[in-house]
Design a protein around this ligand. Sequence first.
Ligand SMILES: [Zn+2]
Length: 217
Amino acid sequence: MFSEHPTDTRNRPGALGIPLFERGALSHRALPLSLQALTQKALVQGLLDPNQRPASREWADALGNTLDELFPCSRCKQIVPFPSWEAPQERRCPLCGASFPRPHPAVLQLYEERGRGNFVAIERRVVLGNGFRVYPDVVNAGQAVPLSRRGVAPAGHMEWDGVRGCYALVLDTDSEWTVRSPDGSGRILATRGKGLPLVVGHYVRFGDGGRMGIVLP
Ligand SMILES: [Zn+2]
């Protein structure tokens, strides 16, 4: 029986949720949301019914996507999934328990266009700290994280804008990215070398036909 079964707690470790380095037990809740969902599908719904278990392709995609959700802990220096699904004040390193210093990295939930102007959330989030690169497979429609990004030119990168007090997403290719507020006002366009301010709740469009991202809190 899965040690973190939602209703059957017989195998639940006593130290679950306590940081690993304090003799705690790591929870699958420290994994990105898509891996949490697959774990539950495999070990709860799929425990007695093999047809309910995720396909290997789903695992491969979710593990690949995890690459964009990692962030270094400033205390223990380990690279961990950044808990963007937790409220900002609840975000802690699962290994040492330290909270993440502000400013937290910007988090984008990605959307893909399905028909003109109709965007659907996909199972990809990107966590972007100062200096992080944004790769083509993040911004282009229909692309998955490749096995390696070695030698791939970034489409853009992140810079902390000390004047505005927010991150700026700088475009490094010949494209046109825009950011706009939820009501559509205040649309800003960026071309190569220009930065877009990332404000919580605003939408980033990665060029015509490209993906969209919403800036999460
Ligand atoms: Zn840590």
